[in-house]
Design a protein around this ligand. Structure first.
Ligand code: SF4
Ligand code: FES
Length: 137
């Protein structure tokens, strides 16, 4: 059985959903729209605090798709423009799609990729959020 819990934050016409088990703790939402995404607030997502476009744009930038807009499916795109973001203490995020050459296979990935830089991911080479967990002693 799928143990994941999807939380919903609604302003009536816009509902943001968040699936904690998918979050890789990139902090992109927190930096992108701090008035809406604030870990110190309860609930941590306040969809009343900004306009719908800003919220949708920020949710679209979530690299793990932990954040989503209910009823909206963002199209993954493969663009000629590649944006690379290094998250401090976290993954390397590539937006715009890429061709990944593994040792024995090649993957075409549209949309956003998050590569592990800490070496602790169980889904290596991709980040699974393990960098944000306390290290075992
Ligand atoms: S993975 Fe998504 S929900 Fe998690 S911190 Fe990053 S942007 Fe926010
Ligand atoms: S950088 Fe996220 S698990 Fe390694």
């Amino acid at each position: 059985m799928d143990q994941s819990v999807i939380k919903e934050y609604s302003s009536g016409d816009l509902t943001v959903t968040w699936e904690a088990t998918k979050c890789i703790h990139s902090g992109i939402c927190l930096r992108g729209l701090p008035e809406v995404f604030d870990l110190k607030a309860r609930p941590w997502v306040n969809v009343e605090a900004s306009d719908s476009k800003s919220i949708v744009d920020t949710v679209r930038d979530c690299p793990s798709k932990a954040l989503a807009i209910k009823g909206v499916r963002f199209k993954d795109t493969h663009t000629n423009q590649t944006d690379v973001t290094l998250i401090n203490g976290g993954p390397l995020i590539i937006k715009g799609g890429a061709t990944i050459h593994h040792r024995k296979k090649t993957e075409e990935i549209a949309g956003t990729l998050s590569f592990c830089r800490c070496g602790r991911s169980e889904g290596f080479p991709y980040c699974d959020g393990s960098h944000a967990k306390p290290k075992e002693k």
